[in-house]
Each structure stands twice: as C-alpha cells, then as structure tokens.
Design a protein around this ligand. Structure first.
Ligand SMILES: NC(=O)c1ccc[n+]([C@@H]2O[C@H](COP(=O)([O-])OP(=O)(O)OC[C@H]3O[C@@H](n4cnc5c(N)ncnc54)[C@H](OP(=O)(O)O)[C@@H]3O)[C@@H](O)[C@H]2O)c1
Length: 262
C-alpha cells in the first residue's frame, strides 16, 4: 500500500497491456477505474486488482462514444479527482488480406485517435484546476514510420504521438505531466494474430513495469525495448528509396475478422 491513494483511469484495461497496467497499479493499493467494452473481461481484471489490495471499478464503455466518456470521466473527477489517466485502448489491422477498407481505416482512427481524445480531453480541465496530474498516451514504434503492413495503424499511432508531445508542452505550465508510451512488440492478444517474426518482443508485465516507473518519475517518453528503438531509428534515417524498398517487403497484419459488420 502506498502512502497516497491515487485515482487512476485505464482504458483498454480488459486485455493485454491495459490489464497488466491495472495489475501493476493494483499492487500499490490505488483506486482504479478500468474501462473497455467487455464487462466480462473487465470483471476478471477487477477481481485480480481487488485481490491485490486495490479499489477497482469497472466501466463498460466504448472509447469512441464521446458523450458517454465525458459523462463517466466528469463523474469520477468530481467525486475523487483524477491523478492519472492512461489512454491505452487500441485496435490494429493491416494489409495481409488486401488493401485496408475504408471501414477498417475509420474504425482504427475512431478508436486509436478519437478514443484517445475522448479519454484525455475531458480530464484536462479537472487537472488544470488541481494544478496536477499525469496523462499517459500509448503510441507505438509503428507511429514513427508509415508501415505498409499496417497503414492506418501507423498513422493513428503517429497522430497520438504528436498529440501527446504537443500536450506535454502546453500542459507543463499547470504542473501536468504527459508521458508518451512507445512500445515495440508486446506479447498480447493484439500481436497473437501476427504470423511474422516479432523481434525483441516483451511481455505485457515487463512493459507495464516500465510504464509505471516512467509515470512515477514524470518522464516525457518511455520507449522500449532498446533493440527495436534502435532499428526504427536506423530505418527513419535511410534514404526514402531504400526505406520504400524495405517497406514494400513487409508482411501484412491480418484485417479485422468481421470487417463487413463495421
Ligand atoms: N501489443 C503490441 O505489440 C503493442 C505495441 C505497441 C503499442 N501497442 C498499443 O498498446 C495498446 C494496448 O494494446 P494490447 O496489445 O494490449 O492489445 P489488446 O490486448 O488487443 O487490448 C486492446 C484493449 O483495447 C480495448 N479496446 C479496443 N477497442 C475499444 C473501444 N472501442 N472502446 C474501449 N476499449 C477498446 C480492448 O477492450 P474491449 O475489446 O473489451 O473493448 C482491450 O482492452 C494499444 O493502444 C496498442 O496499439 C501494442
């Protein structure tokens, strides 16, 4: 149990990295609001968090629903104040089954970009009022390059990386810290659909530990693992024609299974 009980919102908490973050924060006895669409999976994560000594509440909300997000976040802010908000919910798809469809691209942007906006913007005025808070935005190494294997995913992660960088500068004057999370491959349901090699893969628990430590230190950016960061840096320094050749050889990520239902 920490000396100070913090109120923490985690989106995408029903699975993978978000669930690992919830488990990690729960060991410190904080008050957690776990948000995603699947109530059943959230309940299972909340049970683990409570067993670890945390207060944990489940919010079954779609991050693309801006009105509902605003309502829920305002209620929490008025009742408890919000110390940390982590925008982790995300979806991925790609070109394995052919070019991305418009509906896939819209869904990726709605979740990965608008979902982050719907998570972070309602909380900011409350944090400004309190002159404190940590905003954590989960981007990706894929946000440094337009990857042919996952075009709209790369673009969405690049957008939130820049958004977080801009917010960091803008919010610092009010004592609010913005941490950009830039993971390489993490072993979660999102990557379990990939059939290509995923070098330097980390576990969700390792990733969560790095993120929690970085937020505790109010770090600007937490990027990992080093090997993947180094490779991406090299790729960004290549002349365009060489990078394009490499990019044209990348294996695609699978598309959403039920794209016709989107
Ligand atoms: N795994 C990696 O290698 C990797 C690398 C870099 C960055 N990331 C990023 O890390 C974050 C977490 O990914 P992950 O690997 O943990 O994937 P994951 O296991 O598939 O988890 C994704 C989470 O997002 C939630 N989510 C998706 N759409 C949502 C919506 N519309 N509303 C509310 N919640 C929604 C899912 O919950 P429900 O389905 O219950 O809604 C789930 O909890 C994502 O932003 C991802 O882009 C992952």
């Amino acid at each position: 149990m920490t000396r100070e009980k913090k109120t923490i919102i985690i989106t995408g908490a029903s699975s993978g990295l978000g669930a690992a973050l919830a488990a990690k924060y729960s060991q410190k006895g904080h008050r957690l609001f776990l948000l995603a669409r699947s109530k059943e999976r959230l309940d299972a994560v909340a049970k683990i968090c409570i067993a670890n000594g945390a207060e944990a509440y489940v919010l079954s909300v779609d991050v693309t629903n801006s009105a509902e997000m605003e309502k829920q976040l305002n209620e929490i802010a008025y009742q408890y104040g919000i110390d940390i908000v982590i925008a982790c919910a995300g979806v991925s798809a790609g070109t394995l089954d052919g070019p991305e469809t418009a509906s896939q691209v819209r869904k990726i942007f709605a979740t990965n970009v608008n979902g982050v906006i719907n998570t972070v913007l309602p909380v900011i005025p409350h944090m400004i009022e309190r002159r404190s808070g940590n905003v954590v935005i989960v981007s990706s190494m894929a946000g440094f390059l337009g990857l042919s294997s996952a075009p709209s995913y790369s673009a969405s992660k690049g957008a939130v990386r820049l958004l977080s960088e801009a917010l960091r500068g803008y919010l610092r004057v009010w004592g609010i810290y913005v941490t950009t999370v830039i993971p390489g491959y993490v072993k979660t349901p999102m990557t379990s659909v990939n059939s290509f090699p995923m070098p330097f893969m980390t576990t969700a628990e390792e990733a969560a530990e790095k993120i929690v430590n970085a937020v505790e230190k109010n770090k600007d950016v937490v990027a990992f693992p080093f090997g993947m960061q180094f490779c991406i840096k090299l790729l960004t320094m290549l002349p365009s024609f060489i990078f394009t050749w490499i990019n044209s050889k990348l294996p695609g990520k699978p598309a959403f299974e039920k794209d016709n239902n989107l």
